[in-house]
Design a protein. Structure first.
Length: 89
């Protein structure tokens, strides 16, 4: 199980200015999009499948993925929904 407080501290220490918890409903999806800043995502509950740089991978609790600024990516949430920490630089 991921310790939310420790994870938040770690992201702040890595230079992520905004760190918050987000929760998506089951089967939510985000088509191809970008962000103006680098983002870090740490899954707390559920699963999220991310497509980035031609690769698709499913992330489970305790796993982290980072997306560079302006990188095109897409995401699909699992059937149980997904709760995760987001860090924005």
């Amino acid at each position: 199980m991921v310790n939310e407080k420790d994870c938040t501290k770690k992201l702040h220490a890595e230079g992520f200015r905004y760190v918050y918890i987000w929760q998506d409903a089951p089967n939510a999806s985000y088509p191809d999009h970008t962000h103006p800043e680098t983002t870090a995502h740490v899954v707390l509950e559920g699963e999220m499948t991310v497509t980035y740089a031609g690769q698709t991978r499913t992330y489970k609790p305790g796993e982290r993925f980072d997306v560079p600024a302006h990188a095109v990516h897409a995401a699909r949430v699992g059937t149980q929904g997904c709760k995760y920490i987001i860090g924005e630089q």
